[in-house]
Design a protein around this ligand. Structure first.
Ligand SMILES: Nc1nc2c(ncn2[C@@H]2O[C@H](COP(=O)(O)OP(=O)(O)OP(=O)(O)O)[C@@H](O)[C@H]2O)c(=O)[nH]1
Ligand SMILES: [Mg+2]
Length: 366
């Protein structure tokens, strides 16, 4: 199972940088030279500055039109770099990490996703994006809504992380971002660590790809962990992994089409009856009724860890809030713009040109 992580924009490259720390192949792309310099773990030759001719390396200031243009202009350079990293061994999944609310990530990610799908038709492209905080205002919300629309047409799945879930703790914003970024990496890394490894009943890359190939709908990764000697009910732990406390997205898990559950822990806790009971319940709850499962008994392990991937989700309050707010704003903005244009036309209508007022000077005509 081979994954390549590509971070776009500041939020995305910060997340990719953590992936690099835990030994994933990662690449950072940004319009801001300063933000690229700030990364700690991705080696300098894997940091790509795009749109320099457009922005002078200073970022795009939350303007996705510039972010899109920067990615388009430098796409040949970006694709060449990716091809040199990919080499002769196939990549199963490209994970694109980014913030939905900014300019570089929101504008550039759909352009790159489309190019990757074209160049690597057998690989999956999965977008992992952070949704803006409500307090950030209308612009990030618009950026997010339009980017969701674009990605839903090119990506295989969109794993959206709702930053509004940050507010549930009492951390300051940068600590809170940090926490959410680590959580994203921990979840995806735990999931990928259980693919293609020997076990009782295991998951392989094709299972994971099947689940994530969900026509640009939403996916979410849940997680639960407990000390083995404190697990009273394995069924409860599995259930907890896919309930909202585990997910960072307000979503109706019952609208999911596919699921994948991986359980890792000491053999005496992984009792077949408990596992099947919990998985039966989950299978019954989700619309698609298809759950892939992997059990990994490990005598050295003292913790029980459950990773749950649900995909094909189309009901999410986090997403709906953004789309509805963006549509409402767009409608009133378009109306205000049309009124302004109409007003200008009426106001200026009937003015003469200079020539109607000033007699032609001798010397101009001949
Ligand atoms: N989870 C998380 N969200 C972040 C982080 N940094 C920024 N964001 C969110 O991402 C959005 C801003 O995206 P950025 O990545 O900063 O913007 P960018 O893609 O670099 O684009 P420009 O700065 O406009 O060039 C906002 O909605 C923030 O809430 C982070 O480290 N973690
Ligand atoms: Mg930036």
């Amino acid at each position: 199972m081979r994954a390549l992580i590509i971070g776009i924009g500041q939020c995305g490259t910060k997340i990719a940088d953590i992936f690099s720390l835990v030994d994933f192949e990662s690449l950072a792309i940004n319009t801001s030279r300063g933000d690229l310099d700030y990364l700690k773990h991705i080696p300098p030759e894997r940091r790509i500055l795009i749109g320099e001719s457009l922005t002078g390396g200073k970022g795009v200031n939350a303007n996705p039109v510039l972010g899109r243009e920067a990615m388009k202009r430098d796409l040949p350079m970006v694709m060449k770099k990716i091809s040199s990293i990919v080499g002769y061994e196939d990549v199963d999944i490209f994970f694109l990490t980014f913030g939905f609310g900014g300019g570089t990530g929101a504008g550039g990610t759909p352009v790159l996703a489309e190019a990757l799908k074209e160049e690597y038709p057998d690989s999956l492209v999965v977008a992992i994006g952070a949704l803006p905080l409500k307090e950030e205002g209308i612009r990030p919300t618009i950026n997010a809504a339009i980017t969701i629309d674009k990605l839903s047409k090119v990506a295989d799945s969109i794993i959206a992380i709702d930053n509004n879930k940050l507010k549930e703790g009492d951390l300051d914003i940068s600590q809170a971002y940090e926490r959410i970024n680590y959580t994203i990496v921990e979840r995806i890394a735990s999931l990928l660590a259980l693919i293609d490894v020997p076990g009782e009943q295991t998951l392989d890359a094709s299972d994971l790809k099947f689940v994530l190939k969900a026509f640009g709908s939403f996916a979410t990764v849940g997680y639960a962990k407990a000390r083995a000697d404190q697990v009273k009910s394995l069924s409860r732990l599995i259930t907890r992994s896919f309930e909202s406390e585990g997910l960072y997205l307000e979503a109706n898990v019952e609208s999911a089409l596919y699921g994948l559950v991986a359980i890792h822990g000491p053999p005496e806790v992984l009792k077949a009856r408990d596992i099947f009971e919990a998985l039966d319940e989950l299978t019954g709850r989700i619309k698609g009724k298809q759950i892939f499962r992997g059990f990994y008994p490990d005598p050295r392990e003292r913790d029980v860890e459950v990773v749950t991937l649900l995909s094909g989700i189309y009901e999410s309050k986090s997403i709906e809030d953004i789309i509805i707010t963006a549509k409402r704003y767009a409608k009133s903005f378009m109306k205000a713009k049309a009124e302004a244009e109409e007003k200008k036309k009426t106001l200026l209508n009937g003015l003469p040109d200079f020539d109607d007022i000033y007699p032609t000077e001798e010397g101009i005509d001949g």
